[in-house]
Design a protein around this ligand. Structure first.
Ligand SMILES: NC(=O)c1ccc[n+]([C@@H]2O[C@H](COP(=O)([O-])OP(=O)(O)OC[C@H]3O[C@@H](n4cnc5c(N)ncnc54)[C@H](O)[C@@H]3O)[C@@H](O)[C@H]2O)c1
Length: 452
């Protein structure tokens, strides 16, 4: 995300001297709702630990069990829990499959999966089969088979899966969604989005610190460089589509009156990661010989059933400032996040961009108005509070989450489809209809309600 260091700083700055967020302050109606749920976390690396810290601030969640195959991460999590004055959780992680023992715990209601991508599908499937309310980090799956496994398991078991896409809860994104719902842009025509973030210091480190300091990846590295970089070696595809696509999908009613139909993708040359290795490690470093398959800039154009187009960019290997590059364009106007600018016909001066601040404030989302104070400091500018809040409140009611298994499948499917399209020279690939036709009659959620 925009600044992981800042994120960690903010998250730890919450501290545990602060009072927890009481149910009553969150204004939760208690009828038909569990007052408190027992939660497990599988994977307490950087992301799982951030979730842990945020969950410890709530008094409607017990952290009942945690699992990680890295004993050091378990120790860090245990210390955080003990410093928060919470009950010691059950610990798992003797091997890669001990998470299944965690899922057998009868008292467990819900589980968060914050492990490397290759584990998301098996762990989500096992969690749903065990009857747990599952939340999976992004992306949910990297293959079409994996996407279908998630959908089929949900349909077979009735257990829910939420994709924990925090960007859907970003303040500007929710304000623009509010504008979309109030028809400010008119009929929607075109979107742009993506993940544009220089990840060189995430993809390589020195095995001691999670960000940079060296050019190792795989077994000699820690945190994401240990597993994520492999996807840049093996795959020429948009491997991280949901931060951009998730918010746009909700604006475009995907799976609820609309759907992704096809995608055509192209990849540029791949020079960024090699250059980074040589710059920091020298020509003779063994990783200077690695061939990285992933093009530095991958561009996908999606066509929707309502004839909108969505350009999705994956741009993570070159020096550049962070941006998710959002653009929302309709018959009456356009918003672009880069440049913080907007144009609404009849309101903005003719043919001139306006600064977007006024509009973003006027259409501030009810959730942010209500919980903004709690949210600030929760990480990633506050959006981490909201995604967890939606997860916890949905799990307490055991209802379908706002970002459900069909969303997880449709958004994540861009990874295998973009890979196939690139390999075939840009040939359009058809998106499976993961809803099996239900998208036509499924109604958009009421995203403007102010509880979660
Ligand atoms: N939404 C966001 O803003 C955001 C930000 C960062 C990461 N993420 C996502 O969160 C997930 C985790 O990322 P991270 O940065 O925490 O990575 P990480 O490498 O720091 O943490 C992953 C953890 O999973 C553990 N693990 C691996 N296999 C396991 C297994 N079989 N059983 C139990 N534990 C296992 C590892 O030991 C490690 O501690 C990824 O999917 C990533 O894309 C999302």
């Amino acid at each position: 995300m925009s600044s992981r260091r800042e994120f960690l700083k903010n998250t730890s700055a919450i501290g545990f001297g602060l009072v927890t967020i009481p149910n009553i302050a969150l204004g939760v109606p208690i009828a038909n709702t569990k007052e408190k749920i027992n939660m497990g976390i599988i994977g307490v690396g950087l992301r799982g630990t951030a979730h842990l810290k945020n969950l410890l601030l709530r008094d409607d969640v017990n952290i009942t069990a945690i699992c990680d195959i890295d004993n050091e991460r378990l120790k860090i999590a245990e210390k955080i829990i003990s410093e928060a004055g919470a009950v010691r959780p059950k610990l798992f992680g003797k091997d890669e499959f001990e998470y299944k023992k965690l899922l057998e715990l009868k008292e467990l209601d819900a589980v968060i999966i914050a492990t490397p991508w290759s584990w998301h599908v098996p762990m989500s499937v096992d969690a749903m089969r065990a009857g747990k309310y599952a939340g999976v980090e992004v992306s949910a799956a990297t293959t079409l088979e994996g996407c279908w496994d998630l959908v089929n398991t949900h349909e077979e078991t009735g257990s829910h899966l939420m994709i924990l896409e925090n960007v859907n809860y970003r303040r500007d994104v929710l304000a623009v969604l509010n504008m979309v719902k109030q028809n400010v842009f008119g009929e929607l025509v075109h979107f742009r989005c993506g993940y544009q973030h220089d990840l060189c210091e995430v993809k390589f480190n020195d095995g001691q610190q999670p960000y940079g300091g060296g050019v190792e990846f795989g077994e000699k590295a820690i945190s994401e460089a240990r597993w994520r970089t492999e996807y840049s070696v093996e795959h020429n595809a948009d491997v991280y589509p949901t931060h951009g696509l998730g918010p746009v999908a909700v604006m475009a009613d995907i799976n609820r009156g609309n759907r992704f139909v096809s995608v055509s993708s192209f990849a540029s040359k791949a020079i960024g990661l090699h250059n980074h290795v040589v710059k920091l490690g020298g020509e003779d470093h063994p990783n200077a010989k690695v061939i990285f398959k992933q093009g530095d800039v991958i561009t996908s154009t999606i066509k929707t059933a309502r004839d909108e187009t969505i350009i999705v960019t994956h741009d993570c290997n070159l020096p550049r400032p962070y941006s998710l590059g959002f653009r929302v364009q309709g018959a009456n106007g356009i918003w672009e996040v880069d440049g913080n600018r907007i144009y609404i016909e009849g309101d903005s001066p003719p043919h001139q961009w306006e600064e977007a601040n006024r509009w973003l404030q006027d259409y501030d989302h009810p959730l942010w108005k209500r919980f903004g104070e709690f949210a600030s400091g929760s990480g990633h500018g506050g959006m981490d509070f909201f995604v967890l809040h939606a997860f916890v409140e949905s799990a307490k009611r055991n209802i379908s989450p706002p970002l459900d298994v069909y969303d997880a499948a449709a958004w994540s499917a861009l990874t295998p489809l973009s890979g196939k399209s690139i390999a075939e020279g840009g040939v359009p690939q058809q998106f499976p209809d993961f809803t099996r036709g239900k998208w036509e009659n499924r109604k958009p959620l009421n995203w403007m309600k102010g509880d979660f």
